[in-house]
Design a protein around this ligand. Structure first.
Ligand code: AMP
Length: 493
């Protein structure tokens, strides 16, 4: 029996073929500066992905595409490049660095010719049935050029028998599952859509006669566009003849945006459901302070992820807030390097202890989340080495016990520190004097939900609860994946 279970486990091990996306998308209609504004929008969304970026434009006759490795500011900063992207319509994409799969051909937007004309596609999120669909499409003769699940969507659009592109898109979207936000462009239409639960974000903005679709409102601010509203969950919006049209082809579902956008992922100045991410995070810190009777000399944030929560915590408790860690701004996020070895080096590259602030002090160190524990482990050590008397770690979200399959780069369950360890064991691992997390009730309370009024929960919060709104279909062994050569090479070309 035991042996049988072992075999089953091996067979149904979750296969993650390097196609996770955690990206930023942007699109604009009807502007003579479409590609420049897209570059600016992508620049504001840079925190959502630093591995590569791309823009596709349409000039009335022809599509143009430029895709590059690295940052938007390093690639789309010259007139020479932007001149290669003429036209009044453009979409763009920032790609997140994930393990393997760093091929230029995986950088978006993707472009395809269908029998209804060309289509550009930029995708943020992760499909939970991409491998299943991919295998079906390959069986039917499809040829895949990339390892990205976005190409599955493109193939489904191309295969649809409907004649209008928008109907082809509806056909395709009915077949995919997961968390996704898409911005697409045909020669006369800009299209934006969000998955049925609204797990991944997408907002609508207006700039003169142009409509803008973007992952976050900070991308509207940078170009001076006015925020119109969020794209609703399960809604397809498109701009045709300067008019915004809305379709809701799915049966209505309760909106359940990803709670990690609120906790970590969105830029602090972006507005999510009426409030800035900064306000939510400060509230988490205040709530954490209310749940904690610890006293100490100073509250120190892990920059920049813990800034807002630490400020909230310090103000609530009336303990001085101080910058005990100084950040080098010229390195990317800690997660940017795929291997664990480099990732732990990343913390040192990024942060240094501020001696004058921390020497002989008892410190409450605050971060937004604890995933593998790499950051906290290194920082606690750094603070003690620099003369701190006591380091207490406080995390402004609950224990992350369950992995993500909807587009946030989370490690497997095994790598998640809280998946099989008690708080005491985690505290020992990071060598802190004490450790405390915000409770799940506290998290929701800080967001304005109230259990007693029955408005509690739910966002997409499986990280803490293990409750996944969308089923994970792709529980396949590697042997079940066709065209594996492309998937398993990491395809570095
Ligand atoms: P870890 O060092 O593995 O415990 O990760 C926690 C740190 O990484 C915190 O400083 C978070 O702000 C940050 N973080 C959390 N989730 C993510 C993510 N999905 N991608 C990149 N960084 C993250």
């Amino acid at each position: 029996m035991k042996k049988n279970m072992k075999m089953q486990k091996k067979k149904f091990k979750i296969y993650s073929p390097k196609i996770k996306e955690e990206c930023g998308v942007f699109g604009i209609s009807n502007s003579s500066d479409a590609s420049t504004l897209t570059a600016l929008g992508l620049h504001a969304l840079q925190h959502r992905g630093q591995e590569g970026c791309g823009i596709v434009s349409f000039d009335g006759k022809q599509y143009h595409s430029e895709k590059r490795y690295g940052l938007v500011g390093d690639n789309f900063n010259k007139e020479k490049v932007l001149k290669k992207l003429p036209g009044n319509y453009a979409i763009g994409h920032n790609r997140y660095s994930t393990t393997g799969g760093t091929a230029l051909r995986n950088i978006q937007p993707f472009f395809a010719d269908t029998n209804a004309g060309g289509i550009g596609v930029a995708h943020n999120g992760n499909l939970t049935n991409a491998i299943t669909l991919r295998n079906e499409l390959v069986q039917e003769g499809a040829i895949f050029y990339t390892t990205s699940d976005t190409e599955v969507i493109v193939q489904l659009i191309a295969k649809s028998k409907r004649s209008k592109t928008i109907d082809k898109i509806v056909d395709a979207i009915f077949r995919v599952q997961g968390g996704y936000a898409l911005v697409m462009m045909t020669k006369n239409t800009l299209i934006g859509l969000r998955d049925p639960y609204g797990i991944r974000p997408l907002v609508i903005g207006k700039l003169k006669n142009s409509y803008v679709f973007a992952s976050e409102t900070c991308a509207l601010d940078i170009i001076g566009a006015k925020f119109v509203r969020e794209v609703e969950n399960g809604e397809i919006v498109y701009v045709e003849n300067d008019e915004l049209i809305s379709l809701k082809p799915f049966s209505p579902k309760k909106v359940r945006p990803c709670i990690f956008e609120y906790i970590y992922f969105s830029r602090p100045d972006s507005i999510l459901n009426g409030k800035t991410a900064y306000e939510y995070r400060k509230n988490y810190g205040e709530q954490l302070a209310r749940e904690d009777d610890l006293e100490a000399d100073i509250v120190v944030p892990v920059p920049d992820s813990g800034n807002a929560a630490a400020l909230g915590y310090a103000q609530e408790k009336n303990i001085p807030f101080d910058l005990g860690l100084i950040r080098n701004h010229y390195v990317g996020r800690t997660f940017i390097e795929p291997s664990q070895k480099i990732r732990s080096l990343g913390v040192k590259l990024k942060l240094n202890a501020n001696l004058s602030v921390i020497k002989d002090k008892s410190i409450i160190l605050i971060d937004d989340s604890l995933v593998r524990g790499t950051t906290s482990h290194k920082i606690v050590k750094m603070l003690y080495n620099a003369g701190a008397k006591e380091v207490h770690v406080r995390i402004a979200s609950p224990e992350i016990k369950y992995p993500d399959f909807y587009g946030v780069d989370m490690p497997t369950k095994k790598e998640l520190l809280a998946s099989d360890k008690s708080i005491k064991e985690i505290c020992d691992f990071i060598n802190a004097k004490s450790l405390k997390y915000l409770t799940i009730d506290g998290l929701y309370k800080a967001m304005g939900f109230d259990k007693r009024n029955n408005t509690y929960p739910q966002l997409t919060d499986h990280y803490f609860t293990g409750e996944y709104p969308v089923k994970i279909i792709d529980e396949l062994g590697e042997e079940k994946v066709t065209q594996l050569s492309l998937l398993s090479t990491g395809s570095n070309n």
